[in-house]
Design a protein around this ligand. Structure first.
Ligand code: TTP
Ligand code: MG
Length: 357
């Protein structure tokens, strides 16, 4: 059967958190800006959420310890995250994007796939539409987005990352394999750091190398994933753009100033995290059913434990009680604690659950 030709967009906001901060406070524009938890003049123990392109020029990256960022660029503007604001802006952007597509699939806070197959007739038309979306976001939100246009989600995703910031990259179906070939295998969705290392050992560096590799060897090494990777490398992806609940989980975590074994302090910190998580779910009118905790001991040994409640709730007491119950066994150990976190998932919108109340 001949598959219907599709037109898929992937939109990804540029340096999202810092872009929002720059918009709110134009005096920091042009300077390196880092958003992350707890910078504390270089002595903080949090991590970088994101940084603007000026800060990235010094080597700062998302996920890096904030103390390392500070060493790389002490003159940057360091800001704590303002999640309620980012969520609000994200909602506004998603509302804009949604109007342009028949199918909409949000990924994380600042990314979305759009299926615009029924709204355009050819690639040139698709490019015009993508430009229109970028313009509407710029006009209404004063923020830039990068959009990738392709025949499927895989290519659209790689394309949106191709010319950032403020990029627009159109990859026609017939050019897809050629477009992907010179790029590093890491650019493929399925390839994380570990897989990348294994592929390197086989002499596979680029997506083109992977496309030319014998799929039977890949499948014997990586199982189904091996075949999936091989298809991806050839630019093939049949997955649909699928609607789903925007947020999958809400979580907060905290790194202690100093590693601690003080149970009172730890439980107090846990309670505050529960309050923050509950507040965020309430703001988004979400109910939760699953509660998880994360605990990291001195030396980075990390554990997570989850419990699913018998029914949906949005009560902070339920959250605190469950989180304590999950965490307590981990305090009964002769090790100091570096970080704890609380997450709720199995989320449902209250608006759809009116019958519950
Ligand atoms: P990304 O889209 O990965 O990053 P970005 O928008 O900051 O930069 P880019 O221009 O490269 O797209 O993530 C979106 C937001 O999610 C980002 O602004 C901050 C947050 N985030 C974290 O909190 N921690 C992380 O490790 C990453 C990657 C992102
Ligand atoms: Mg982004």
């Amino acid at each position: 059967m001949n598959e219907k030709k599709r037109f898929i967009f992937h939109l990804d906001m540029d340096h999202f958190y810092t872009a929002v901060e720059e918009r709110e406070n134009p005096t920091i524009k042009g300077k390196p800006v880092v958003v992350g938890s707890n910078p504390k003049a270089g002595k903080g123990r949090g991590v970088v959420s994101t940084s603007n392109y000026e800060a990235r020029a010094s080597g700062i990256r998302s996920g890096m310890p904030i103390s390392q960022a500070w060493r790389l660029c002490p003159d940057a503007v360091y800001l704590p995250p303002n999640f309620p604001l980012y969520i609000q802006v994200s909602r506004e952007i998603m509302a804009i994007a949604r109007k342009y597509a028949d199918k909409f699939e949000q990924w994380g806070i600042d990314e979305v796939f759009l299926d615009v197959t029924n709204r355009v007739k050819d690639w040139a038309d698709a490019e015009v539409l993508a430009r229109q979306i970028k313009q509407e976001i710029k006009a209404k939100e004063r923020l830039t987005a990068s959009i990738g246009v392709g025949p499927n989600k895989l290519i659209a995703k790689v394309a949106s990352d191709f010319q950032k910031p403020d990029g627009l990259t159109v990859v026609r179906e017939e050019d897809a394999e050629k477009f992907l070939a010179p790029l590093a295998v890491r650019k493929l969705l399925w390839v994380g750091r570990k897989t990348e290392a294994k592929l390197k050992a086989l002499g596979i560096n680029t997506i083109g190398d992977l496309a030319r590799y014998d799929p039977t060897v890949l499948s014997s090494m990586f199982g189904v994933m091996g075949l999936q990777m091989h298809l991806s490398a050839r630019g093939l992806d049949r997955s649909e753009v699928e609607e789903r609940v925007g947020v999958k989980s809400v979580s907060h975590e905290t790194t202690f100033e100093e590693d601690t074994a003080d149970s009172d302090a730890i439980l107090q910190a846990l309670d505050s995290l529960c309050v923050e998580v509950q507040k965020e779910t309430a703001e988004q009118k979400l109910l939760f059913k699953t509660v998880s905790i994360k605990i990291r001991y001195q030396g980075f040994e990390t554990h997570t434990k989850a419990k699913t409640l018998p029914r949906l709730t949005n009560r902070v007491e339920d959250l605190k009680k469950t989180a304590r119950e999950l965490l307590l066994p981990y305090l009964d150990v002769d090790m100091k604690i570096r970080l704890i976190g609380v997450r709720v998932s199995s989320l449902v919108s209250c608006e759809k659950q009116k019958t519950l109340f």
